[in-house]
Design a protein around this ligand. Structure first.
Ligand code: BGC
Length: 829
């Protein structure tokens, strides 16, 4: 008998059931007398946060999913996965909740930034590398969210109506590729329903498709609070309910077994998988205490990742790279230059080891001989910037202090018992998983935050207070913002937050003001919101900045631009716009940003535009801008990575992993995005992303796979032998560089309608100027197959297929014929 079977034979039913749910927010249940240890999970896609949203240990932050997708770099993704594995070990975690490999059906998806691509092949191939890298460290990867979790609107309830063919060929395909090529140890089920049934209780998807058909047997973990039933979910194959304490298992399952609603044999199957997962972690030595490991090799890789994901969308007149002369001036314009976002929001967010803003990256790149002048132009963020500087407290010189109580503050005469306190490095706290002190009543508690704020500019300042729960801001003991009464629902804090309330006050530079926030945990709010997760303690966020006038800001920015030798305009979205819990309503940049760009281009037509967003935004000024760099959210090294590309230290090689539409109406999901009476129709079927634009012959703003370089490449000498493809790639330009060679297939005849072309292979090639390389690659049987709905199997049809090879989906340089000699029909991998 194996060790696992031996252990199972010794467990009582009660013990077995206890293993099927977490013991707290991040850990599985331990049974020490059976030598079964607890396993720690940690988020996730772009870094390892550890066990605490609040007062956590800082972490490495890699670029967001779309930025990684844009690298088309298998080796880089492996290294990034490996880095996250090492970060897990430092944070005491045995399993990484990631990568996220959903599909960007729409640019509006709130978590689109987390996933790699709109294309299932690119997504699956890169995910496999990331998973292999992570698992090479002994840390298990839990790939997520299976399946069709492609929007945030009503994400726990929405019923995705999707055809079996689109499900197989598009949405489940990245998971299938990862199962075949990387065997992740775990799978997280999605919150949503598919065709009438929540995924976490769909026997058809979990048991029949994944386990029986694909032959992949991962530990299936629910998304956090994404279990909706007791015996139904276990019978469907959902092994582990997370987080704990359990809501659907424990005594409910004991009762179900006693009532013969579920058999012990079914319980044993899930217990076996939990134990297998625990067993794999046995070899892994993780840190006892959560810690940091911020080392030079990691910084180097992080910088490489940030630069390699950047996509040069346009570069007329070879404006980039910039080569400022000694004594030159550069006007850097936009709030993104200073308040540079480095990752998206929600469960992917974390406290980074450090962050390099674009402004700092540029300053470092040009050195002292070039003068840099920053102008904000317009403030392009949804909420005011978090107060993270200009604050101090007698007990915490570079921040504030938060004190926790079980009773509310009730005026200056309040006496209450201080339960515990924590230092704050900024005025943002998210207490979802905060549970450090047994005396604090986590169901309903209060906190007081205090810090001394010394403004650096005199005049009117605006403060903005957002909260999940209730919160009031006092400045020198005077109530300035009330976000307790008459609250309005907002989007922050996983859409459980209240709308930011803003107040203006006049402050003197250099004078100290005492800021105090009186906070009540989530339950103190009378405004109930159907949010996406249960939100425990709640949280709050105080932002501040000097009041700015849009017209004045644009005027100052254009003046600076007119005077400067070079101009860089930094625009985009940030984690307030792209996060768990809500989708965007439109594709536009924040208010007044387009006007800023337009006006700057009028006075300085060579201005370079840098856009940071995880998903496409509309760019109505594209035809006048000569140079546009898409820079995503690039992690710790965002600013250095961008500067490396701007000044030619790195030759850009990123390629769009998704189609960039001119306008929202062009996107295939248009009219079918967001929940309508609890459902969303995936009406575009398999024509997701570029498949649609090619089908209807619509010109996107920038097509899938597009991305320029400072050098030129050519392709030649194509040979196709069986499924092997050989070709020569030459760097014909003046600089060393890299490019992603993309291989598409187009069916000449088919018994079913097909997309005009589909990506079936890609290779990134790095070449010195003037050199060539022979590239060999291959395609698999899925390249020419489709999901045959009448047989419920994959079908490869005999016939001729055109292989199209190029540098983007619309820049095809070589064509050849690929023959399938015999038809095949198969289920499984
Ligand atoms: C997210 C998951 C995440 C989990 C734990 C959920 O809300 O959907 O991606 O891993 O929370 O933070």
């Amino acid at each position: 008998m194996s060790d696992i079977e031996n252990t199972i034979s010794k467990l009582s039913l009660h013990e077995k059931i206890s293993l099927l749910s977490g013991c707290d927010f991040w850990h599985t249940t331990a049974l020490p007398h059976h030598k079964i240890r607890s396993i720690r999970f940690s988020d996730g896609p772009n870094g390892i946060r550890g066990t605490r949203f609040f007062a956590g240990v800082p972490a490495a932050c890699i670029p967001c999913g779309t930025a990684l997708g844009a690298t088309w770099g298998k080796e880089l993704l492996y290294q990034a996965g490996e880095l996250l594995g090492k970060e897990c070990i430092a944070k005491g975690a045995h399993a990484r909740l990631g990568p996220t490999i959903n599909i960007q059906r729409s640019p509006l998806g709130g978590r689109g930034f987390e996933s790699y691509s709109e294309d299932p092949y690119l997504s699956g191939a890169l995910a496999s590398c990331s998973i292999r890298g992570c698992q090479s460290t002994g840390v298990q990867a839990v790939v997520k969210h299976f399946v069709c979790n492609d929007q945030e609107n009503e994400r726990r309830a929405v019923d995705t109506l999707v055809t079996p063919r689109a499900l197989r060929e598009i949405y489940a395909r990245p998971f299938q590729i990862a199962a075949r090529d990387a065997e992740p140890a775990g799978l997280m089920t999605a919150y949503n329903k598919d065709n009438g049934c929540h995924v976490s209780e769909s026997r058809e998807l979990l048991q029949e498709m994944i386990r029986e058909e694909w032959g992949w047997d991962p530990l299936m973990v629910s998304d956090w609070f994404g279990t909706y039933s007791s015996e139904k979910a276990i019978t469907a194959g959902l092994d582990l309910e997370m987080p704990g304490k359990t809501r659907y298992r424990g005594s409910l399952i004991e009762f179900a077994v006693a009532s013969r609603l579920i058999t012990e044999a079914t319980i044993n199957k899930s217990v076996r998988r939990v134990l297998k997962f625990v067993e794999r972690a046995r070899q892994l030595e993780v840190a006892d205490e959560e810690g940091s490991r911020d080392c030079p090799e990691d910084r180097k890789l992080l910088r490489q990742l940030a630069a390699n994901g950047a996509v040069l969308l346009k570069n007329e007149d070879a404006i980039l790279p910039l080569t400022p002369k000694n004594g030159a001036t550069i006007a850097v314009i936009g709030s993104h230059a200073k308040y540079t976002p480095i990752n998206g929001g929600g469960s992917a967010s974390l406290d980074p080891y450090y962050r390099v803003s674009i402004l700092d990256g540029i300053k470092r790149a040009v050195g002292d001989g070039v003068s840099i002048h920053w102008e904000m132009g317009v403030f392009a963020q949804k909420m005011l910037p978090i107060v993270d500087s200009l604050i101090s407290h007698p007990e915490n010189p570079a921040g504030g202090v938060i004190r926790f109580y079980n009773e509310p503050w009730d005026g200056p005469a309040t006496t209450r018992e201080l339960i515990c306190q924590e230092p704050l490095k900024d005025l943002y706290f998210q207490l979802m998983d905060y549970n450090r002190n047994p005396k604090l009543n986590y169901d309903l508690f209060y906190a007081t935050v205090e810090t001394d704020f010394v403004p650096d500019v005199s005049g009117l300042w605006e403060f903005g207070l957002t909260v999940c729960g209730t919160a009031d801001l006092y400045v020198d003991n005077k109530l300035v913002i009330d976000n307790t009464n008459n609250q309005i629902a907002g989007e922050a804090f996983f859409r459980k937050g209240k709308k930011e309330r803003v107040a203006e006050i006049s402050l003197q530079a250099g004078q100290s003001y005492r800021l105090r926030i009186e906070f009540g945990s989530a339950k103190t709010s009378r405004l109930m919101q159907v949010g996406v997760v249960s939100f425990g303690g709640g949280g709050a966020r105080l932002g501040a900045k000097p009041v700015s006038d849009v017209h004045e800001g644009i005027r100052k920015a254009t003046e600076a631009a007119a005077r400067a030798d070079h101009v860089i305009v930094c625009v985009g979205l940030n984690s307030d716009y792209e996060s768990d819990g809500h989708d965007r309503q439109h594709m536009d940049l924040p208010p007044n940003v387009d006007e800023l760009v337009k006006r700057v281009l009028e006075v300085h037509p060579n201005a370079v535009i840098v856009n940071q967003s995880g998903t496409p935004v509309s760019m109505p000024w594209t035809s006048t801008a000569k140079s546009i760099l898409q820079a995503w959210y690039g992690g710790n090294e965002t600013g250095n990575g961008i500067a490396d590309v701007l000044f030619g230290e790195v030759n850009p090689s990123g390629k769009l992993p998704l189609t960039w539409p001119v306008q929202m109406e062009d996107n295939p999901s248009y009219g079918n995005f967001g929940a309508v009476s609890g459902r969303v129709l995936y009406g575009e079927d398999i024509y997701v992303g570029y498949r649609h634009y090619d089908l209807v012959k619509k010109r996107p703003l920038f097509c899938f796979g597009h991305g320029l370089s400072y050098t030129e490449f050519e392709l030649g000498q194509l040979e196709i032998a069986g499924n092997q493809i050989r070709l020569a790639v030459t760097n014909t330009g003046p600089r060393n560089g890299a490019t992603a060679v993309q291989i598409y297939i187009s069916a000449r005849n088919s018994s079913v309608p097909r997309a005009p072309r589909s990506l079936v292979a890609f290779e990134k090639v790095s070449l010195e100027a003037g050199t060539s390389q022979l590239l060999t690659t291959s395609v698999d049987k899925y390249a020419t197959s489709f999901w045959d709905e009448s047989e419920s199997m994959w079908r490869d049809e005999v016939g001729e297929y055109e292989i199209q090879i190029g540098f983007s989906s619309r820049d095809i340089r070589l064509r050849g014929i690929y023959r399938v000699e015999t038809s095949k029909l198969w289920p499984g991998l």
